[in-house]
Structure formats: structure tokens, C-alpha cells
Design a protein around this ligand. Structure first.
Ligand code: BGC
Length: 456
């Protein structure tokens, strides 16, 4: 199964493309690391900094708010100063804010630095797929853009490992939060070595440099047609010259925006981050001891990475729709399993494995479908004139929905029981499935410009 993406990557030449995509995807690593690190670190922070319950929640949640603001600002910056420089800045801010968190002497100070960190995470979350989609050739774009999702899931796993490794150290939480400065610095320095994207260059009137970059990116690629690609980019740029952000709301772009927003909301409303943030809680409620619950959380993290690799390998072969629909159907089954498990006292006392099986199926299904496909699709469906703004809107909504779900999971569990919450997410998965089947287009293997011409 692996072979198409790998073969295509081999035939696509000189390594430059892989190098720039991997560097850009470090943005995903920062995103994932933060998602994963905080639950472990919080255990120590709360005693060390005497954080109240409110402050503890703020330490976690303020990052999500920062991410929304970061996405808003960089929707503008990515057009203004280029995708590349936006990512350089985000790497620098990330590294500094990570150090700020590590050296915080009060809960208030930590909350402030977590907000700044969030600005950078929100930026990284969509400028990474934006950058990669604009340098990748169509036939491997799905896999390459999803390097970013692979980096997110690896970041989450890395954070679990780091939390585990430092837990016996003095000042453990400071180390847990501080080591993130390293990938932040690597991102900033790495981004200095990559070119600005050909699409951004054309949009800013520098066709000559755009062609040079494209030649560099396609060097050694036996399928490359630099003239054809340049022509398509230039034509689209001409056509889209007048596209403004307001067209997103009123004009022909509105249906596309709805698709992006629906994907953004669905990605969070199926409850993925309750699993990521609360897996140890869910599992220890099944009667496992807390250390077994932690070990099984690592199983969830590894499954997430492994199935994202599967997605990277298959997206350009089976297409986005096939994976999105299969993945969402899998989520639905997993949510029903979890719901049934928590509604039956007999299952809970005899069949603890079922909860773990449900969680593993859930995360595998997310990793092949909604996880990568949301970020990929929003980098593909919008025309260049509105792309970064539209992606920013979808990203803000995604972080907002993330915030909402994370804030409500525990209180919702109290109000309608844990099984009730899983059945609620299952109902939302059904709605998503219907919407995706009816509305989400296939974008596999086509030039970005071709996709947008068709959709518009
Ligand atoms: C989502 C995150 C989630 C992660 C899990 C990402 O695509 O946007 O909210 O934590 O996947 O793998």
C-alpha cells in the first residue's frame, strides 16, 4: 500500500521538496507538543505555583485563546510578509515564550506566557499546511501536507514521553515546558533556509523568482512541467486578482467557506481532544490503576502516529473523500462502543479492555480521516487571493470549537453522564458523515488552481 506515495516521492527528485516540507511541518510539532505536555506538567505546577482551580484551567485554556488570536493575526501576515517570514516569526515567539513559561515565578506569569505561546501555535497550525500545499506537486500534495498532521501527532507523543522522563526531576514542569524552545528555534532557523512559495511570489509580482523557486523545487522530478505550472499559477493569479476577503462572506466563495467551517467544527465536535486530554481519566475510571492508565495513554498516542502514517501513504492514492468517509464512519462505531461500554455496569466490571479498544479505534479512525483531511482540504479549496484569510477563519473556528469541547467535557459528563456525552458525539458524527458525503469535493491529484476553478 505504501508504494505509491513513496514511489512518487522518489521520482519527484532532489530532496529539496522533502527538506522544505519537513522544516515547515515542525510547526505541527510545536502544536502537538503543547497539546500533549500540559496535562502532565499541570500535576506539578499546581502545587509549585499554588495555582487555584481557576488558574489551573486558565493555564490550559489560555493557549487555545492565544491560538485563535494568533490565527487571526497571521491570516493577515501570511499575505503581507509571506508564509515563510510568518513562520520564522512564529518559531522565534514560540522559543521565547517556551522559555518564559519555564521560568515563570507565578501562575499569572505562566498564564501570560501560555497566551503568547498560543499566538505562535495558532499561526503554526495553519501556515504550515498553507506553505506545504503551495510548494508541493499535485500528485503527492496530500501526503506532503499531512507531514504536518504527522508532526502534530508525533509532538503529542513526544510530550507524553518528555512528561514521563522528567517526572522525577527537580523543577520537572519547568523542563517539560522549557525543552519546547528547541523545536521552536529549529523552526525559526530552518525557515530562514527555505524559499518563499511560488504562489506568494506571483501574487506579489515576482514571477522571475517564482520560476526560479519552482525550478529548484522540481529539479530532478521526472514528471515536472515547470512552464505548465507557472502558467496555471499566473492565470489563477490574474483571475483571482480581485478576490477580497469579503467575497468569502458574500460571493461565490461562500459555499467553500462553509465546507471549511463544517470540517473545522466536525474535527473538534467528534470529541478528539477529550480523548487526547482526558484519556488517563477515562481509562482510570474503567478501574485500571493510574499508572496502567498512563501506559495505555501512550498506546493511544502511538496509535495516533501510526495511523497518521497510513493516511500520509494513502491520501494521494485513495483520495481525500474515501479516507474522510471511512474515518468518520470508524469514529461513529468507536463512539457507540464507548457509549455502550459506559452505560453497562456488567461490561464495566468484566470487560475493561473494551474501553481501551474503543479509544484505540477512535483515535485510529480520526488519524486516517478528519485529523489530516481538515488541514489538507482547507489548504486546497480556496483561491490564492483569499487563501490565507479563509484558512485563518477555519483555523480560528477549529480552535474555538476545541476550547468549547475541552471546557464542557467534564461538566457535560456530570450533567448527562459519560455515556450520554459519547452518544452526543456519535450523533454529531452522523451529521458530519452526511454533510461530508453530500458536500466535500475530491481534490486528489489536481492542481490547486484547477480545484478552485471547478469549485467556484
Ligand atoms: C487537531 C487537534 C488534535 C490533533 C490530534 C489535529 O488535527 O486539530 O485538535 O489534538 O489533531 O491528533
Amino acid at each position: 500500500m505504501s508504494t505509491t506515495f513513496v514511489k512518487e516521492m522518489r521520482s519527484s527528485g532532489n530532496g529539496t521538496l522533502v527538506r522544505v516540507s519537513v522544516i515547515a511541518a515542525i510547526g505541527g510539532l510545536l502544536f502537538g507538543y503543547d497539546t500533549g505536555v500540559i496535562s502532565g506538567a499541570l500535576l506539578f505546577i499546581k502545587t509549585d505555583l499554588h495555582a487555584s482551580t481557576f488558574q489551573q484551567q486558565a493555564i490550559v485554556a489560555v493557549l487555545l485563546l492565544g491560538a485563535m488570536v494568533g490565527a487571526l493575526i497571521s491570516g493577515y501576515l501570511a499575505d503581507r510578509i509571506s508564509r515563510k517570514w510568518t513562520k520564522v516569526i512564529s518559531g522565534i515567539i514560540y522559543a521565547l515564550a517556551a522559555l518564559g513559561c519555564a521560568f515563570s515565578v507565578s501562575a499569572g506569569m505562566l498564564i501570560g506566557f501560555r497566551f503568547i505561546l498560543g499566538l505562535s501555535v495558532g499561526t503554526a497550525s495553519f501556515v504550515a499546511p498553507l506553505y506545504i500545499s503551495e510548494v508541493a506537486p499535485p500528485r503527492v500534495r496530500g501526503g506532503l501536507v499531512s507531514f504536518n498532521q504527522l508532526a502534530i501527532t508525533s509532538g503529542i507523543l513526544l510530550a507524553y514521553i518528555v512528561d514521563f522522563a522528567f517526572k522525577g526531576f527537580a523543577d520537572q514542569w519547568r523542563w517539560m515546558l522549557g525543552v519546547a524552545a528547541i523545536p521552536g528555534a529549529v523552526l525559526a532557523i530552518g525557515m530562514l533556509t527555505v524559499p518563499r512559495t511560488p504562489r506568494w511570489l506571483v501574487m506579489n509580482g515576482d514571477e522571475d523568482r517564482a520560476r526560479e523557486v519552482l525550478e529548484e523545487l522540481r529539479e530532478g522530478d521526472e514528471h515536472a512541467d515547470v512552464d505548465g505550472e507557472m502558467r496555471e499559477i499566473e492565470e489563477a493569479n490574474e483571475r483571482e486578482r480581485g478576490t477580497r476577503t469579503k467575497d468569502l462572506l458574500s460571493g461565490r466563495l461562500r459555499p467553500l467557506l462553509w465546507i471549511g467551517i463544517a470540517l473545522a467544527i466536525a474535527q473538534q465536535f467528534v470529541g478528539v481532544n477529550t480523548v487526547i486530554y482526558y484519556a488517563p481519566t477515562i481509562l482510570s475510571d474503567t478501574g485500571l490503576g493510574s499508572s496502567a492508565a498512563l501506559a495505555q495513554t501512550v498506546v493511544v498516542g502511538v496509535t495516533n502516529v501510526v495511523f497518521t502514517v497510513v493516511a500520509v501513504l494513502l491520501l494521494d492514492r485513495l483520495g481525500r473523500r474515501a479516507l474522510l468517509l471511512t474515518g468518520t464512519a470508524g469514529l461513529l462505531v468507536a463512539l457507540l462502543v464507548l457509549g455502550i461500554y459506559f452505560s453497562s455496569a456488567t461490561l464495566q466490571s468484566n470487560d475493561g479492555w473494551l474501553a481501551l479498544a474503543g479509544l484505540v479505534l477512535f483515535i485510529a479512525a480520526f488519524a486516517i480521516g478528519l485529523g489530516p483531511v481538515f488541514w489538507l482540504m482547507i489548504s486546497e479549496i480556496f483561491p490564492v487571493g483569499a487563501r490565507s484569510k479563509a484558512m485563518a477563519v477555519c483555523t480560528i473556528i477549529n480552535w474555538g470549537a476545541n476550547f468549547l469541547v475541552a471546557q464542557t467535557f467534564l461538566s457535560l459528563s456530570n450533567a448527562i453522564t459519560r455515556e450520554g456525552v459519547f452518544f452526543l458525539y456519535a450523533a454529531l458524527a452522523v451529521l458530519s458523515l452526511v454533510f461530508f458525503a453530500l458536500r466535500v469535493p475530491e481534490t486528489k491529484g489536481r492542481a490547486l488552481e484547477e480545484i478552485q476553478e471547478d469549485l467556484a
